[in-house]
Structure formats: structure tokens, C-alpha cells
Design a protein around this ligand. Structure first.
Ligand SMILES: [Mg+2]
Length: 230
């Protein structure tokens, strides 16, 4: 059975060490005049539109008003992100490059993809700046596709089917991520879940969410591959 491997980005493959958060904050202020309670809200595991609604509704801006200007927000965000990434070294976590190379070399067994709360072009900027590269991922489901992360696995599976001509049943889909929200979204379609404790959540916090597999990092390529292919 060919597998569809859908990787989260921030906290799983890489970190921008706050650069993306700063770009998001600047864009919110440009477009809405406020970034709301940004110091009190965690971005981890959330989609970009979900974060925008949470912060702006927290500042008393009604949802329809937020929604009406989201396109402007993403334009400003990408501009600020480009500026931030000029002076930011995007850190790739241990073993990630090797893990992705390993998967690509076995494209007869697995399709390499993304499932991330980032808007698509945000994911592209981060992955290209990191040196990992965006275009190597054959499919993706993004925050720009749905505010609700739980809807993203099905979107990723449908795109993979359109590209490869093969159906990916639930047991063929593997979600790899660093937050409880990654595990939950995988469970939403009965996918296999692989949690990795390179983000803000500890191994213990992730363990409580019951992922199928749990790693400290993606450094042990052989073990990670075995888990994904089970
Ligand atoms: Mg993440």
C-alpha cells in the first residue's frame, strides 16, 4: 500500500524563531490597526486564519469584518515575511533533511506532502528559506484551504489522488506534526499519526494525546520511516 505522508511545517520541520510571528503581527497592525492579545495567544497547531480570527475577535473586531480583509492581511504578511526572512536563519530540525531525502528516494512507496496551518505561500517562503525546498512536496493542504485543521487531511488526500491517480484510504494517510492539533486532525479521518517533540509541546504532553508513534525528533531516519510505513 502506497502511503501519503503529510508533514506539518513549524515545530516539525523547521522554526523561524519568531520571525513569522513578527511578520504576522506587523501585517495585523497594517490592515486592522491592532494585533489583539498577541502576547497571550499561542500559534502552535493553529491555522493562519484561525489565529487571525482569534486575535482580532479578541480585539473586538467582528468576524465578517475580519473576513472581508483577509486577502489584504495575507498580502501584507507575505511582504513582511519576505523582509524578516532576509535576516533570519530558518532552523531545520535534526534529521529532517535526511528524512525527506529518504522518502523521496522511495517515491514508489510513499508520496511526500504537507499539511500545515500556514497559508500556502507562507509555507513556500519558509521552506525555501530553510533550504529544504517547497516544490519537492508533491501535495499540500494549507491554512489557506480551510481555517479548520481537521478538514485538511481530506483535502490533502483528494489532491494526492488527483495527482497520482491512486486513492489513499485512511490507513494509508500519515500525519506528522508537533502539536495535539496535528494528532487530532489525523484522528479526524482515521489517519496514522506520528508526533514529534521538536516544537513547544513536550513528549509527555504529546503522549497524553495518544499518537500512534512519538519521537523526540526525526533524527532516527530508519525508525521514523518504519513507523510511517507500518
Ligand atoms: Mg507545528
Amino acid at each position: 500500500m502506497k502511503k501519503l505522508l503529510l508533514f506539518d511545517v513549524d515545530g516539525t520541520l523547521l522554526t523561524t524563531d519568531g520571525a513569522a510571528g513578527r511578520a504576522f503581527e506587523s501585517a495585523l497592525i497594517d490592515v486592522y490597526g491592532t494585533a489583539g492579545p498577541i502576547g497571550e495567544v499561542s500559534f502552535a497547531g493553529k491555522t493562519d486564519p484561525q489565529i487571525a480570527y482569534e486575535l482580532l475577535e479578541g480585539a473586538g473586531i467582528p468576524r465578517p469584518t475580519v473576513k472581508a480583509m483577509l486577502t489584504d492581511l495575507w498580502d501584507r504578511y507575505l511582504k513582511h515575511l519576505d523582509d524578516e526572512l532576509v535576516s533570519t536563519v530558518v532552523r531545520v530540525f535534526p534529521g529532517v533533511a535526511e528524512c525527506l531525502n529518504h522518502i523521496e528516494a522511495r517515491s514508489d512507496q510513499a508520496v511526500l506532502g504537507l499539511l500545515t496551518g500556514n497559508i500556502e505561500h507562507g509555507a513556500q517562503r519558509k521552506l525555501d528559506a530553510s533550504g529544504l525546498g517547497f516544490s519537492r512536496f508533491r501535495v499540500g493542504a494549507f491554512g489557506s484551504d480551510s481555517e479548520n485543521r481537521n478538514e485538511l487531511p481530506a483535502i490533502g488526500a483528494a489532491r494526492a489522488e488527483a495527482i497520482t491517480g491512486m486513492r489513499y484510504e485512511r490507513e494509508a494517510v500519515v500525519i506528522v506534526g508537533d502539536t495535539p492539533a496535528d494528532i487530532t486532525c489525523g484522528e479526524a479521518i482515521g489517519a496514522r499519526t506520528v508526533a514529534v517533540a521538536t516544537g513547544v509541546y513536550s513528549r509527555r504532553q504529546l503522549e497524553e494525546c495518544g499518537p500512534d508513534f512519538l519521537f523526540d525528533s526525526l533524527a532516527d531516519t530508519a525508525s521514523v520511516w518504519d513507523a510511517m510505513m507500518r
